[in-house]
Design a binder for this molecule. Sequence first.
Ligand code: PMP
Ligand code: GLU
Length: 404
Amino acid sequence: MAEQDRAGAARLAGRVGRMAPSPTVSLDSRVKELRSQGVDIVNFTAGEPDFPTPEPVKEAARAGLKAELTKYAPVAGTPDLRRAVADKLARENGLSYDPAEIVVSFGGKHSLYNAFMVLCDPGDEVIIPAPYWVSYPEQAKLAGGEPVFVPTDPDRGFHLDLDALARAVTPRTRAIVLNSPSNPTGAVLSRQEIEAVADLARRHDLWVISDEIYEHLVYDGREHVSIAGLEGMKERTILVNGLSKAFAMTGWRVGYAAAPRPVAEAMTAFQGHVTHGLPGFIQAAAVAALQSPPETVQAMVREYDRRRRYVVERLRSMPGVRCAEPEGAFYAFLDISALLGRQAGIETDMDLASHLLEEGRVAVVPGTGFGWPGALRLSYATSMEQLQEGLDRMERVFRALAGA
Ligand code: PMP
Ligand code: GLU
Protein backbone atom coordinates (compact mmCIF):
# COMPACT_ATOMS: atom_id res chain seq x y z
CA MET A 1 0.00 0.00 0.00
CA ALA A 2 1.37 3.43 -0.86
CA GLU A 3 2.39 5.64 2.08
CA GLN A 4 -0.37 8.07 1.27
CA ASP A 5 -3.03 5.36 1.29
CA ARG A 6 -1.77 3.81 4.48
CA ALA A 7 -1.95 7.18 6.25
CA GLY A 8 -5.40 7.80 4.79
CA ALA A 9 -6.76 4.36 5.71
CA ALA A 10 -5.72 4.70 9.33
CA ARG A 11 -6.61 8.41 9.37
CA LEU A 12 -3.14 9.42 10.37
CA ALA A 13 -1.74 12.92 10.13
CA GLY A 14 -0.71 14.21 6.73
CA ARG A 15 2.93 14.29 7.78
CA VAL A 16 2.93 10.50 7.83
CA GLY A 17 2.21 10.41 4.14
CA ARG A 18 4.81 13.08 3.39
CA MET A 19 7.57 11.16 5.15
CA ALA A 20 9.40 8.14 3.76
CA PRO A 21 10.79 5.52 6.18
CA SER A 22 14.59 5.60 6.55
CA PRO A 23 16.04 3.31 3.87
CA THR A 24 19.29 2.82 5.79
CA VAL A 25 17.42 1.72 8.90
CA SER A 26 14.86 -0.46 7.13
CA LEU A 27 17.43 -2.21 4.93
CA ASP A 28 19.74 -2.86 7.85
CA SER A 29 16.84 -4.25 9.87
CA ARG A 30 15.84 -6.48 6.97
CA VAL A 31 19.37 -7.87 6.69
CA LYS A 32 19.56 -8.51 10.43
CA GLU A 33 16.21 -10.29 10.25
CA LEU A 34 17.31 -12.48 7.33
CA ARG A 35 20.55 -13.30 9.12
CA SER A 36 18.67 -14.34 12.24
CA GLN A 37 16.84 -16.84 10.00
CA GLY A 38 20.19 -18.28 9.01
CA VAL A 39 20.49 -16.62 5.58
CA ASP A 40 24.12 -15.85 4.76
CA ILE A 41 24.22 -12.18 3.76
CA VAL A 42 27.12 -9.76 3.65
CA ASN A 43 25.82 -6.51 5.10
CA PHE A 44 27.18 -3.31 3.59
CA THR A 45 24.12 -1.24 4.52
CA ALA A 46 24.29 0.66 7.81
CA GLY A 47 27.16 2.89 8.74
CA GLU A 48 27.84 1.04 11.92
CA PRO A 49 31.40 0.48 13.18
CA ASP A 50 32.20 -3.20 13.66
CA PHE A 51 34.65 -2.41 16.49
CA PRO A 52 33.58 -3.04 20.06
CA THR A 53 32.86 0.01 22.23
CA PRO A 54 36.12 0.79 24.08
CA GLU A 55 36.41 -1.02 27.42
CA PRO A 56 36.88 2.10 29.62
CA VAL A 57 33.56 3.43 28.28
CA LYS A 58 31.77 0.23 29.23
CA GLU A 59 33.48 0.29 32.62
CA ALA A 60 32.21 3.83 33.25
CA ALA A 61 28.67 2.69 32.42
CA ARG A 62 28.96 -0.24 34.83
CA ALA A 63 30.26 2.11 37.54
CA GLY A 64 27.34 4.45 36.80
CA LEU A 65 24.86 1.60 37.25
CA LYS A 66 26.49 0.63 40.56
CA ALA A 67 26.18 4.25 41.66
CA GLU A 68 22.44 4.13 40.83
CA LEU A 69 22.62 6.68 38.03
CA THR A 70 19.34 5.27 36.87
CA LYS A 71 16.89 8.09 37.60
CA TYR A 72 15.87 11.09 35.49
CA ALA A 73 19.02 12.93 34.53
CA PRO A 74 19.35 16.57 33.42
CA VAL A 75 17.71 17.06 30.01
CA ALA A 76 20.57 18.88 28.27
CA GLY A 77 23.22 16.70 29.91
CA THR A 78 24.90 16.48 33.29
CA PRO A 79 27.26 19.36 34.13
CA ASP A 80 30.18 16.91 33.73
CA LEU A 81 29.10 15.82 30.28
CA ARG A 82 28.36 19.32 28.98
CA ARG A 83 31.75 20.39 30.29
CA ALA A 84 33.42 17.35 28.64
CA VAL A 85 31.80 18.27 25.29
CA ALA A 86 32.85 21.93 25.63
CA ASP A 87 36.41 20.80 26.47
CA LYS A 88 36.44 18.47 23.46
CA LEU A 89 35.30 21.27 21.14
CA ALA A 90 38.04 23.53 22.53
CA ARG A 91 40.77 20.88 22.40
CA GLU A 92 40.02 19.28 19.04
CA ASN A 93 38.20 21.98 17.09
CA GLY A 94 39.59 25.19 18.58
CA LEU A 95 36.03 26.33 19.41
CA SER A 96 35.09 28.16 22.55
CA TYR A 97 31.68 27.07 23.89
CA ASP A 98 30.20 27.50 27.32
CA PRO A 99 28.65 24.27 28.72
CA ALA A 100 25.33 26.17 28.70
CA GLU A 101 25.57 26.18 24.89
CA ILE A 102 25.74 22.35 24.71
CA VAL A 103 22.68 20.10 24.47
CA VAL A 104 23.11 16.33 24.68
CA SER A 105 20.48 14.23 22.89
CA PHE A 106 19.65 10.65 21.89
CA GLY A 107 22.12 10.44 19.04
CA GLY A 108 23.20 12.99 16.48
CA LYS A 109 19.97 12.10 14.70
CA HIS A 110 17.96 13.50 17.60
CA SER A 111 20.19 16.60 17.83
CA LEU A 112 19.51 17.25 14.15
CA TYR A 113 15.78 16.84 14.64
CA ASN A 114 15.87 19.32 17.54
CA ALA A 115 17.78 21.72 15.31
CA PHE A 116 15.19 21.59 12.51
CA MET A 117 12.37 21.88 15.03
CA VAL A 118 13.72 25.05 16.63
CA LEU A 119 14.74 26.73 13.35
CA CYS A 120 11.97 26.02 10.86
CA ASP A 121 8.63 27.72 10.49
CA PRO A 122 6.19 26.32 7.93
CA GLY A 123 7.49 27.03 4.44
CA ASP A 124 11.04 27.87 5.49
CA GLU A 125 13.49 26.51 2.96
CA VAL A 126 16.42 24.36 4.00
CA ILE A 127 19.21 23.95 1.47
CA ILE A 128 20.57 20.42 1.39
CA PRO A 129 23.47 19.51 -0.94
CA ALA A 130 22.82 16.18 -2.71
CA PRO A 131 23.65 13.36 -2.33
CA TYR A 132 22.60 13.79 1.30
CA TRP A 133 22.17 11.66 4.37
CA VAL A 134 18.69 10.15 4.24
CA SER A 135 17.20 11.80 7.32
CA TYR A 136 17.87 15.50 6.59
CA PRO A 137 14.96 16.10 4.21
CA GLU A 138 12.52 14.02 6.22
CA GLN A 139 13.41 15.79 9.46
CA ALA A 140 13.22 19.20 7.79
CA LYS A 141 9.78 18.32 6.46
CA LEU A 142 8.61 17.02 9.84
CA ALA A 143 9.59 20.41 11.24
CA GLY A 144 7.50 22.15 8.56
CA GLY A 145 10.48 23.16 6.45
CA GLU A 146 10.92 22.61 2.73
CA PRO A 147 14.06 20.88 1.56
CA VAL A 148 15.77 22.49 -1.43
CA PHE A 149 18.29 20.13 -3.01
CA VAL A 150 21.46 21.36 -4.66
CA PRO A 151 23.43 18.74 -6.58
CA THR A 152 27.15 18.50 -5.85
CA ASP A 153 29.67 17.82 -8.61
CA PRO A 154 30.25 14.09 -9.16
CA ASP A 155 33.23 14.80 -11.40
CA ARG A 156 34.96 16.60 -8.54
CA GLY A 157 34.38 13.93 -5.91
CA PHE A 158 30.95 15.34 -4.98
CA HIS A 159 32.34 18.64 -3.77
CA LEU A 160 30.00 21.60 -3.53
CA ASP A 161 28.87 23.50 -6.59
CA LEU A 162 29.19 26.90 -4.96
CA ASP A 163 27.43 28.80 -7.77
CA ALA A 164 24.46 26.45 -7.62
CA LEU A 165 24.39 26.83 -3.86
CA ALA A 166 24.30 30.62 -4.13
CA ARG A 167 21.55 30.44 -6.77
CA ALA A 168 19.42 28.28 -4.47
CA VAL A 169 19.17 31.00 -1.82
CA THR A 170 15.77 32.78 -1.77
CA PRO A 171 14.12 35.13 0.72
CA ARG A 172 12.59 32.00 2.30
CA THR A 173 15.91 30.27 2.91
CA ARG A 174 16.43 29.64 6.59
CA ALA A 175 19.36 27.23 6.78
CA ILE A 176 22.00 25.29 4.89
CA VAL A 177 22.90 21.77 5.94
CA LEU A 178 26.60 20.89 5.77
CA ASN A 179 27.88 17.38 6.26
CA SER A 180 31.62 17.06 5.99
CA PRO A 181 32.94 14.40 5.83
CA SER A 182 29.88 13.37 3.88
CA ASN A 183 27.62 10.41 4.22
CA PRO A 184 27.19 8.96 1.56
CA THR A 185 29.96 10.34 -0.68
CA GLY A 186 32.92 10.69 1.68
CA ALA A 187 33.67 14.20 0.35
CA VAL A 188 35.64 16.31 2.82
CA LEU A 189 35.07 20.00 2.21
CA SER A 190 38.17 22.16 1.93
CA ARG A 191 38.70 25.28 4.01
CA GLN A 192 37.95 27.39 0.90
CA GLU A 193 34.62 25.65 0.37
CA ILE A 194 33.67 26.11 4.02
CA GLU A 195 34.67 29.76 3.80
CA ALA A 196 32.47 30.22 0.74
CA VAL A 197 29.48 28.70 2.56
CA ALA A 198 30.17 30.92 5.58
CA ASP A 199 30.26 33.94 3.30
CA LEU A 200 26.90 32.99 1.80
CA ALA A 201 25.39 32.44 5.25
CA ARG A 202 26.63 35.80 6.53
CA ARG A 203 25.47 37.69 3.45
CA HIS A 204 21.96 36.22 3.52
CA ASP A 205 21.61 35.88 7.27
CA LEU A 206 21.25 32.08 7.20
CA TRP A 207 21.77 29.37 9.76
CA VAL A 208 24.16 26.52 9.12
CA ILE A 209 23.41 23.11 10.53
CA SER A 210 26.82 21.49 10.48
CA ASP A 211 26.78 17.73 10.95
CA GLU A 212 30.34 16.80 11.91
CA ILE A 213 29.73 13.25 13.06
CA TYR A 214 32.48 11.85 10.80
CA GLU A 215 35.04 14.55 11.67
CA HIS A 216 37.75 12.10 12.76
CA LEU A 217 37.40 9.90 9.71
CA VAL A 218 39.50 11.85 7.22
CA TYR A 219 42.23 10.28 5.11
CA ASP A 220 45.43 11.18 3.25
CA GLY A 221 46.24 14.01 5.64
CA ARG A 222 43.05 15.98 4.98
CA GLU A 223 41.83 18.30 7.72
CA HIS A 224 38.34 18.68 9.09
CA VAL A 225 37.30 22.33 9.28
CA SER A 226 34.44 23.31 11.55
CA ILE A 227 32.47 26.20 10.11
CA ALA A 228 31.66 27.45 13.62
CA GLY A 229 35.28 28.54 13.94
CA LEU A 230 35.04 31.06 11.09
CA GLU A 231 34.52 34.78 11.63
CA GLY A 232 30.91 35.57 12.58
CA MET A 233 29.77 31.95 12.24
CA LYS A 234 29.46 30.67 15.79
CA GLU A 235 26.35 32.79 16.26
CA ARG A 236 24.65 31.28 13.18
CA THR A 237 25.77 27.65 13.42
CA ILE A 238 24.22 24.64 15.08
CA LEU A 239 27.09 22.18 15.26
CA VAL A 240 25.99 18.56 15.57
CA ASN A 241 28.21 15.67 16.53
CA GLY A 242 28.00 12.43 18.48
CA LEU A 243 29.82 9.40 19.78
CA SER A 244 28.31 6.73 17.50
CA LYS A 245 30.98 6.74 14.82
CA ALA A 246 34.14 7.90 16.59
CA PHE A 247 33.76 5.55 19.57
CA ALA A 248 31.79 2.68 18.01
CA MET A 249 28.81 3.57 20.22
CA THR A 250 25.87 3.49 17.80
CA GLY A 251 23.56 1.70 20.22
CA TRP A 252 24.30 4.00 23.16
CA ARG A 253 22.53 6.93 21.48
CA VAL A 254 24.74 9.86 22.41
CA GLY A 255 24.73 12.96 20.26
CA TYR A 256 25.12 16.61 21.01
CA ALA A 257 24.63 20.06 19.59
CA ALA A 258 26.58 23.23 20.26
CA ALA A 259 24.66 26.40 19.51
CA PRO A 260 24.11 29.97 20.68
CA ARG A 261 22.47 30.03 24.07
CA PRO A 262 18.89 30.92 23.02
CA VAL A 263 18.98 28.08 20.49
CA ALA A 264 20.44 25.64 23.03
CA GLU A 265 17.73 26.66 25.49
CA ALA A 266 14.99 26.16 22.91
CA MET A 267 16.36 22.74 22.01
CA THR A 268 16.45 21.81 25.70
CA ALA A 269 12.89 23.01 26.30
CA PHE A 270 11.74 21.05 23.28
CA GLN A 271 13.57 17.90 24.35
CA GLY A 272 12.18 18.28 27.86
CA HIS A 273 8.74 17.59 26.44
CA VAL A 274 9.76 14.77 24.15
CA THR A 275 12.40 12.52 25.71
CA HIS A 276 14.00 14.02 28.83
CA GLY A 277 17.78 13.46 29.29
CA LEU A 278 19.90 10.43 28.48
CA PRO A 279 20.17 7.82 31.26
CA GLY A 280 22.71 8.93 33.87
CA PHE A 281 24.95 5.89 33.49
CA ILE A 282 25.17 6.52 29.75
CA GLN A 283 26.04 10.15 30.32
CA ALA A 284 28.83 8.97 32.65
CA ALA A 285 30.09 6.61 29.93
CA ALA A 286 29.96 9.44 27.40
CA VAL A 287 32.26 11.52 29.60
CA ALA A 288 34.72 8.60 29.66
CA ALA A 289 34.57 8.34 25.85
CA LEU A 290 35.18 12.06 25.34
CA GLN A 291 38.13 11.93 27.72
CA SER A 292 39.73 8.86 26.18
CA PRO A 293 43.20 9.22 24.62
CA PRO A 294 43.22 10.16 20.89
CA GLU A 295 44.84 6.81 20.11
CA THR A 296 41.47 5.08 20.67
CA VAL A 297 39.99 6.81 17.62
CA GLN A 298 43.20 6.90 15.60
CA ALA A 299 43.56 3.11 15.65
CA MET A 300 40.07 2.74 14.14
CA VAL A 301 40.78 5.40 11.52
CA ARG A 302 43.93 3.58 10.36
CA GLU A 303 41.91 0.41 9.91
CA TYR A 304 39.13 2.20 7.99
CA ASP A 305 41.76 3.70 5.73
CA ARG A 306 43.18 0.25 4.94
CA ARG A 307 39.69 -1.00 4.09
CA ARG A 308 38.93 2.09 2.04
CA ARG A 309 41.93 1.50 -0.21
CA TYR A 310 41.02 -2.12 -0.71
CA VAL A 311 37.37 -1.36 -1.45
CA VAL A 312 38.10 1.41 -3.96
CA GLU A 313 40.64 -0.70 -5.79
CA ARG A 314 38.27 -3.64 -6.02
CA LEU A 315 35.29 -1.53 -7.11
CA ARG A 316 37.27 0.25 -9.79
CA SER A 317 38.24 -3.06 -11.34
CA MET A 318 34.59 -4.11 -11.73
CA PRO A 319 32.77 -3.66 -15.04
CA GLY A 320 30.22 -0.85 -15.20
CA VAL A 321 31.29 0.73 -11.90
CA ARG A 322 32.67 4.22 -11.36
CA CYS A 323 33.79 5.11 -7.87
CA ALA A 324 34.99 8.50 -6.69
CA GLU A 325 37.70 8.41 -4.05
CA PRO A 326 36.06 8.73 -0.61
CA GLU A 327 38.09 11.33 1.28
CA GLY A 328 36.47 10.66 4.63
CA ALA A 329 33.74 8.77 6.53
CA PHE A 330 33.40 5.04 5.80
CA TYR A 331 31.32 4.77 2.66
CA ALA A 332 31.97 4.19 -1.03
CA PHE A 333 29.41 5.72 -3.35
CA LEU A 334 29.40 4.05 -6.74
CA ASP A 335 27.92 5.09 -10.02
CA ILE A 336 26.35 1.96 -11.48
CA SER A 337 24.22 3.65 -14.13
CA ALA A 338 26.11 1.72 -16.85
CA LEU A 339 24.73 -1.53 -15.43
CA LEU A 340 21.09 -0.47 -15.57
CA GLY A 341 18.70 -1.43 -18.36
CA ARG A 342 20.82 -4.40 -19.45
CA GLN A 343 18.59 -7.08 -18.07
CA ALA A 344 14.81 -7.08 -17.77
CA GLY A 345 13.74 -5.88 -14.36
CA ILE A 346 16.99 -4.13 -13.53
CA GLU A 347 16.21 -0.58 -14.58
CA THR A 348 16.99 1.40 -11.43
CA ASP A 349 19.47 1.47 -8.56
CA MET A 350 16.71 0.04 -6.36
CA ASP A 351 16.24 -2.90 -8.75
CA LEU A 352 19.98 -3.50 -8.74
CA ALA A 353 20.18 -3.39 -4.94
CA SER A 354 17.36 -5.98 -4.75
CA HIS A 355 19.09 -8.10 -7.37
CA LEU A 356 22.35 -7.95 -5.40
CA LEU A 357 20.50 -9.06 -2.29
CA GLU A 358 18.64 -11.90 -3.96
CA GLU A 359 21.25 -13.15 -6.40
CA GLY A 360 24.44 -12.16 -4.66
CA ARG A 361 23.39 -12.19 -1.00
CA VAL A 362 25.05 -8.84 -0.46
CA ALA A 363 23.20 -5.81 0.86
CA VAL A 364 23.87 -2.18 -0.13
CA VAL A 365 21.73 0.98 -0.04
CA PRO A 366 20.37 2.39 -3.34
CA GLY A 367 21.45 5.93 -4.19
CA THR A 368 17.85 7.06 -4.59
CA GLY A 369 17.55 7.17 -0.79
CA PHE A 370 20.33 9.75 -0.79
CA GLY A 371 18.73 11.79 -3.55
CA TRP A 372 21.05 10.35 -6.21
CA PRO A 373 19.54 7.69 -8.48
CA GLY A 374 21.92 5.51 -10.47
CA ALA A 375 24.24 4.90 -7.53
CA LEU A 376 24.75 2.51 -4.65
CA ARG A 377 26.27 3.13 -1.23
CA LEU A 378 28.47 0.57 0.40
CA SER A 379 29.59 0.93 4.02
CA TYR A 380 33.09 -0.40 4.67
CA ALA A 381 32.69 -0.26 8.43
CA THR A 382 32.93 -4.02 8.44
CA SER A 383 35.70 -6.61 8.65
CA MET A 384 38.20 -7.25 5.84
CA GLU A 385 36.88 -10.82 5.53
CA GLN A 386 33.34 -9.55 5.02
CA LEU A 387 34.56 -6.94 2.57
CA GLN A 388 36.44 -9.49 0.55
CA GLU A 389 33.53 -11.91 0.46
CA GLY A 390 30.94 -9.21 -0.26
CA LEU A 391 33.01 -7.64 -3.03
CA ASP A 392 33.55 -11.07 -4.61
CA ARG A 393 29.78 -11.51 -4.64
CA MET A 394 29.19 -8.06 -6.09
CA GLU A 395 31.78 -8.65 -8.77
CA ARG A 396 30.10 -11.89 -9.86
CA VAL A 397 26.73 -10.17 -10.17
CA PHE A 398 28.16 -7.16 -12.01
CA ARG A 399 30.16 -9.33 -14.42
CA ALA A 400 27.07 -11.33 -15.26
CA LEU A 401 25.11 -8.12 -15.86
CA ALA A 402 27.84 -6.43 -17.90
CA GLY A 403 28.04 -9.50 -20.13
CA ALA A 404 24.25 -9.70 -20.43
N1 PMP B 1 24.57 12.21 10.62
C1 PMP B 1 25.03 11.39 9.68
C2 PMP B 1 25.63 11.97 8.46
C3 PMP B 1 24.93 10.01 9.84
O1 PMP B 1 25.41 9.19 8.93
C4 PMP B 1 24.29 9.51 10.99
C5 PMP B 1 23.97 8.04 11.08
N2 PMP B 1 24.87 7.28 11.55
C6 PMP B 1 23.88 10.41 11.96
C7 PMP B 1 24.00 11.75 11.74
C8 PMP B 1 23.22 9.99 13.24
O2 PMP B 1 23.99 9.17 14.03
P1 PMP B 1 23.59 8.90 15.52
O3 PMP B 1 22.18 9.26 15.71
O4 PMP B 1 23.88 7.47 15.75
O5 PMP B 1 24.48 9.80 16.34
N1 GLU C 1 23.56 6.80 9.65
C1 GLU C 1 23.90 5.44 9.38
C2 GLU C 1 23.74 5.17 7.89
O1 GLU C 1 23.64 6.09 7.12
C3 GLU C 1 23.11 4.49 10.24
C4 GLU C 1 21.67 4.28 9.88
C5 GLU C 1 20.85 5.50 10.09
O2 GLU C 1 20.58 5.82 11.26
O3 GLU C 1 20.53 6.14 9.11
O4 GLU C 1 23.78 4.05 7.51
